[in-house]
Design a protein around this ligand. Structure first.
Ligand SMILES: NC(=O)c1ccc[n+]([C@@H]2O[C@H](COP(=O)([O-])OP(=O)(O)OC[C@H]3O[C@@H](n4cnc5c(N)ncnc54)[C@H](O)[C@@H]3O)[C@@H](O)[C@H]2O)c1
Length: 352
């Protein structure tokens, strides 16, 4: 994708797991990348890693706050990736309102940014838009089975609202939009504290702690390495049809019990599982029909065992970096340093 040399991208949620991997990929291809994030579930260390690229800019802001997003209206973008939303099932109880606001008000604010810039816009939705599905695999035409007031509804209905707004607003205001429904993804730049299943299994095995498996572990998921997801996002952004929805996810269903065994075999880690009652209504399975994105030329490439070995190495490095930071003598310095002189862009900040 040589054209990225002229690209000026905004990634909302750029301090998060997917945003960081997408930003790195675009920066390595010569694009300019602005990341906007409020660190609700993102990591400062992810931003610090990206700060070495000269064409990277970070802005700490809440996309649900219209006044903060006025700053973004002053910039010009060719592409807007809206990945900003708190994630993680345990966070639904804690950050449910923030999930709803990011997907509704936040989406509206970013759609306005895209309209102002005449930028292409991508909304990151989720497999959870299908709820607890009744058909397998799930094609994009499946409308799902979602309880609008169920315990998962802040995430699920927030994303469904975000999809509706994206499609409606895009057509009404002639913004070139597309939507992706992302299925479980894993890989480098996940936090050791991330409660999603792959980092949680790895972190607990590394710490020598038992791994919780909810229910009997027969529920299925598919898993996609983040490099494959990033290629999928770029493919949909460049080749996807306007206002269309595309599933992106792994091809093979695996039960959580099988995943646990695979994680141990792939990494050599030893440990036990403890079977627990789920703290929230769980979905029996998820399996994307990826015919539509495959027609754009996308294919899953990274094998699960290889990806898990890489995630294991990345988590070990994160845990070691955290240990070193904790034990190093504390040097007092400002939390954020302005990179640019005062002026219209004075809010642009980067981490020390
Ligand atoms: N990783 C997956 O398996 C997966 C699956 C389905 C959907 N998704 C979607 O993809 C996107 C990225 O997911 P991720 O895995 O990187 O999660 P993540 O939690 O690591 O990243 C989300 C980022 O958004 C930021 N954010 C949240 N609310 C914000 C706000 N109001 N303003 C600015 N920033 C805000 C967070 O601080 C975080 O950095 C999310 O929208 C998520 O719903 C991810």
């Amino acid at each position: 994708m040589n054209k990225t040399k002229e690209l000026k991208c905004l990634i909302a949620g750029g301090a998060g797991f997917v945003g960081t991997n997408l930003a790195r990929r675009l920066l390595e291809q010569g694009a300019s990348v602005d990341c906007a994030d409020n660190f609700s579930t993102g990591r400062k260390s992810n931003v610090a890693d990206l700060a070495r690229y000269p064409k990277f800019r970070f802005l700490k802001l809440d996309i649900a706050d219209a006044a903060s997003c006025n700053r973004l209206l002053r910039r010009r973008y060719s592409h807007v990736y809206n990945l900003a939303c708190p994630t993680g099932v345990p966070n639904i109880a804690l950050l449910g309102e923030e999930m709803l606001m990011a997907s509704s008000l936040g989406s509206l604010n970013l759609l306005k940014v895209a309209r102002r810039s005449k930028a292409k816009y991508l909304f990151a939705s989720t497999a959870e838009a299908y709820g607890d599905p009744e058909i397998f695999p799930q094609p994009e035409s499946y409308v799902g089975k979602v309880d609008p007031v169920g315990p998962r509804s802040p995430y699920e209905e927030g994303k469904r609202f975000g999809e509706a707004l994206t499609r409606f607003w895009g057509r009404k205001h002639n913004v070139d939009v597309r939507i992706v429904r992302i299925f479980n993804t894993y890989g480098p730049a996940m936090s050791p504290d991330d409660q999603r299943v792959v980092p949680q299994m790895l972190s607990r095995l590394i710490a020598g702690k038992p791994v919780p498996i909810y229910g009997d572990g027969s529920q299925t998921r598919t898993f996609l390495h983040v490099d494959d997801l990033v290629r999928g996002l770029l493919t949909v952004m460049e080749k996807g049809e306007g206002a269309e929805v595309y599933n992106i996810g792994g091809a093979t269903q695996i039960t959580i019990r099988e995943l646990f065994e695979l994680v141990k075999t792939a990494t050599g880690l030893l440990g036990k599982a403890v079977f627990e009652k789920h703290f929230i209504a769980d979905h029996r399975g998820r399996w994307p029909d990826t015919t539509k994105i495959q027609a754009l030329g996308w294919r899953q490439q990274v094998a699960l065992a290889d990806g898990i070995r890489q995630s294991h190495r990345d988590l070990l490095a994160s845990i070691e970096a955290r240990r070193v930071t904790k034990t190093a003598p504390q040097v007092k310095r400002p939390a954020l340093v302005e990179r640019r002189p005062a002026g219209p862009d004075q809010q642009w900040q980067t981490l020390p």
